[in-house]
Design a protein around this ligand. Structure first.
Ligand SMILES: Nc1ncnc2c1ncn2[C@@H]1O[C@H](COP(=O)(O)OP(=O)(O)OP(=O)(O)O)[C@@H](O)[C@H]1O
Ligand SMILES: [Mg+2]
Length: 349
């Protein structure tokens, strides 16, 4: 592989490592790598790699030895970062940094000296006679960031971009071409340990939040309620095995979906300081948890909005001789964050 090649996108989730690589050939986007390798429970938790050997082994499975690709794009998990849109007066000498720090102090659940704060000016709006600059404020906790960088160094990867999962979700949405102009869309990534919510409109982030809901919790609950092992419960959940008590399965899935719908609804309401609140017009799901049978339909009924599954690689060419199209399709929603990172990498190249 030459140095010219775009970096590999690596998404280190709590249940699996996902790897995606895109390349630009003329103006076409071509898939050059796609894979996922499972991780033992507990190896990655709360955005920290607790068992570096386990993650290194998963990376080794995805990238057989001897391949010289060392440049990577990675992201920090939801809980370790926050993205927020802040409106400030569009005045020449306005103390933007001070104002953003003051805002961060109010909204962050940890002290300011524990975070790295950065901002991007994304636009300008008019409100009455006032002109306001719109900033994207990105706060990243230093400790998990440093830990991630140390892990990458240990496995001899060179991070070219360290992104934030929430922004990678937006990149994946952009890549999918599923965005509709002016529509308020909730991007919802249901992982094993957490659900990331990012409500967007055009290129703007309206709110981000990590909701305490994940596929692993559901598996554990099923294992408990069906009195089967975690592995059996996982197979039942994925529809690969039948439950001895279909009524219990149905009851647990119904109750857990209601719980997720309640959290999402609360998040959507939370974001509007203005009333009446504009409505979330569409919900787009990603993450492995989105593949739960019947989930889109159940959520659509509770949230009274259409719910779809993100197809991040819809417009990406996947050479038939290298990739099985069924596999690409089934892996793509869970690899959405990786796809978003890979897209950012190829666009930045
Ligand atoms: N077909 C399926 N039906 C239901 N759940 C599924 C299916 N396939 C995968 N999952 C669930 O998806 C979860 C893994 O998704 P994903 O890979 O997005 O999580 P992660 O990135 O490792 O976790 P996190 O982002 O929370 O750290 C697991 O809990 C798994 O049980
Ligand atoms: Mg994830």
């Amino acid at each position: 592989m030459s140095d010219e090649s775009t970096p590999l996108a690596i998404d280190i989730g709590s249940s699996a490592v996902k790897l995606v690589k895109l390349e630009k050939k003329d103006e076409r986007l071509v898939l050059s790598r796609l894979g996922a390798a499972p991780l033992a429970p507990g190896a990655v938790r709360g955005g920290f790699v607790h068992d570096p050997e386990e993650v290194e082994q998963a990376l080794g499975e995805l990238l057989p030895a001897g391949e010289g690709e060392r440049k990577v794009v990675v992201a920090l998990s939801g809980r370790t970062a926050m993205v927020r849109t802040v409106l400030l007066p569009a005045e020449e000498d306005f103390p933007v940094v001070d104002a953003l720090e003051a805002e961060a102090m109010q909204v962050l659940p940890y002290p300011l000296d524990e975070v790295r704060l950065s901002h991007l000016r994304v636009g300008q709006i008019e409100r009455g006679v006032e002109r306001l600059d719109e900033y994207l404020m990105i706060a990243v906790r230093r400790e998990p960031l440093d830990a991630l960088l140390a892990f990458l160094k240990r496995v001899r990867y060179e991070p070219v971009i360290v992104d934030v999962n929430f922004l990678a979700m937006e990149s994946a949405f952009e890549l999918s071409g599923m965005r509709a102009e002016g529509e308020i869309t909730a991007l919802v990534d249901i992982g094993a340990s957490e659900t990331l919510v990012n409500v967007v409109c055009n290129e703007h982030t309206l709110i981000t939040r990590a909701v305490p809901f994940g596929g692993e919790g559901l598996t554990r609950l099923l294992s408990d309620r069906l009195a089967v092992s975690r592995e059996e419960a996982e197979a039942v959940k994925r529809g690969e095995a039948t439950a001895a008590r279909p009524d219990v399965l149905e009851e647990v899935l119904g109750a857990e979906t209601d719980k997720l719908a309640f959290e999402l609804d609360g998040t959507f309401r939370l974001m509007w300081p203005i009333t009446p609140a504009p409505k979330v017009e569409r919900v787009v799901l990603s993450g492995g948890g989105a593949l739960l049978e019947g989930l889109p339909e159940r959520l659509a009924a509770s949230l009274e909005a259409p719910v779809e599954i993100l197809k991040p690689l819809r417009h990406v060419e996947a050479p038939e001789e290298e990739f099985d199209s069924g596999l690409v399709e089934s892996l793509a929603p869970a690899a959405a964050i990786g796809a978003g990172l890979a897209y950012r990498a190829v666009e930045a190249a």
